[in-house]
Design a binder for this molecule. Structure first.
Ligand code: 3PG
Ligand code: MG
Length: 387
């Protein structure tokens, strides 16, 4: 993929050049007491700063753009990037920010007229509008790793029309997550959690062919436990996927499932259970025995990739499993990679972020890169005409 320096060379320097920078500023927001929205976790904004600041240092006139949430192709103030504009103004002064790209239906449908509008600078600006104007851009930078699995207009369109480059974040993410597939040090352990097996079946299969051990917790473990014949009470389950889980469990793959579960019973009491849960009982976290077993597996690893919480960690009663996995990774000598919005947020919440080797800004993007070995956004940059 072309790097920032390649773009600089191609444009004969960046001083005064108008650069469109696609970032993934799709950050979690929360309501404040004052009835405003504020950023709950700014990881994705901070992670884009090295690229944005470098561009500004070279003298480029930078307009950043992003989507936020999933507005239905119309202007919807709840999904405004205004809270992001505020933080960005503090962290990287002098950068213009476009309003949510998904306010236009052309973004997700990858409409060519919308791509034309983008590269010609016809976008709604939140900040710096006067200096940025609406003239065509000279170059494009994709630093939106977290959105590069989407073949959307702002990801795959500009590289066909403008001199383009991968930003620092995109480069590093593609390198770290891409290399997990091909040259991870062994033992290589993947820890998967999150609610749904159906979302992760592709990556489960891909991971099974490259990891030494796959540890499964979170809501998705119950479909696997059901496949082993355990009653799972009222826990999350995807009956349509039990057969697939049975097949995966029958294969040679080394899959580790929880041996105990922290559950909420019908009377609202938190209970420590084994693998079998009676009716009315809902499993919401892995139990302490499982946390210790997962710790043994993680401690013996040389590479660990983790995506998806082990339980409902937003609720302190069901946070222990997720905290334990984060702690095991922090204590591990392995090269540790945390992928996914929820796992990254959990690691930050527990104060363990500094102990991880790589915290990815991509959830789905990281999983798809591991599964397919490529992403539409990366391919678009590689295919971007270089002359
Ligand atoms: C994400 O948060 O996963 C990315 O920003 C992509 O968002 P999307 O899943 O709505 O396309
Ligand atoms: Mg380490």
């Amino acid at each position: 993929m072309p790097a920032l320096e390649d773009l600089e060379q191609r444009l004969g320097g960046l001083d005064g050049r108008r650069i469109l920078a696609r970032c993934d500023f799709n950050v979690p927001l929360r309501d404040t007491a004052a009835g405003r929205l504020e950023i709950a976790d700014g990881l994705r904004i901070r992670a884009a700063l090295p690229t944005l600041r470098w561009l500004v240092e070279q003298g480029a006139a930078v307009t950043a753009c992003s989507h936020l949430g999933r507005p239905a192709g119309t202007v919807d103030e709840r999904y405004s990037l205004a809270p992001v504009a505020e933080l960005l103004a503090e962290l990287a002064p002098g950068i213009a920010l476009a309003e949510n790209l998904r306010f236009s239906p052309g973004e997700t449908s990858n409409d060519s007229a919308y791509v034309e509008a983008l590269v010609n600078g016809r976008l709604g600006l939140l900040r710096g509008a006067s200096s940025a104007g609406s003239a065509p851009f000279d170059g494009f930078v994709n630093d939106a790793f977290g959105a590069s699995h989407r073949a959307h207009a702002s990801i795959v369109g500009p590289p066909q029309r403008l001199p383009s480059a991968a930003g620092r974040l995109l480069h590093r993410e593609a390198e770290v997550l891409g290399s997990l597939r091909t040259d991870a040090q062994r033992p290589f352990v993947a820890v998967l959690g999150g609610a749904k097996v159906s979302d992760k079946l592709g990556v489960v299969e891909a991971l099974l062919s490259v990891v030494d051990t796959l540890v499964i917790g979170g809501g998705m473990c119950f479909t696997f436990l059901a496949a082993l014949g355990h009653p799972i009470g009222d826990s999350l389950c995807e009956p349509d996927f039990i057969k697939t889980c049975e097949r995966l469990l029958r294969s040679d793959a080394n899959i580790v499932l929880p041996s105990d579960i922290t559950a909420l019973d019908a009377g609202g009491t938190v209970r420590q259970m084994g693998r079998s849960l009676p009716d009315g009982c809902r499993g919401l976290d892995i139990g302490p025995g499982s946390a210790a077993e997962f710790d043994d597996v993680i401690a013996a690893a040389r590479t660990v990739f983790w995506n998806g919480p082990m339980g409902l960690f937003e609720d302190e009663r069901f946070a222990a499993g997720t905290r334990a996995v984060a702690q095991s990774m922090a204590d591990s000598r392995a090269f540790t990679v945390v992928g996914g919005g929820d796992s990254a947020a959990a690691v930050a919440q527990f104060g363990l972020a500094p102990y991880m080797d790589h915290i990815s800004t991509g959830g789905g993007a990281g999983l798809e890169l591991i599964e397919h070995g490529d992403l539409p956004g990366l391919a678009a940059l590689r295919d971007s005409p270089q002359q």
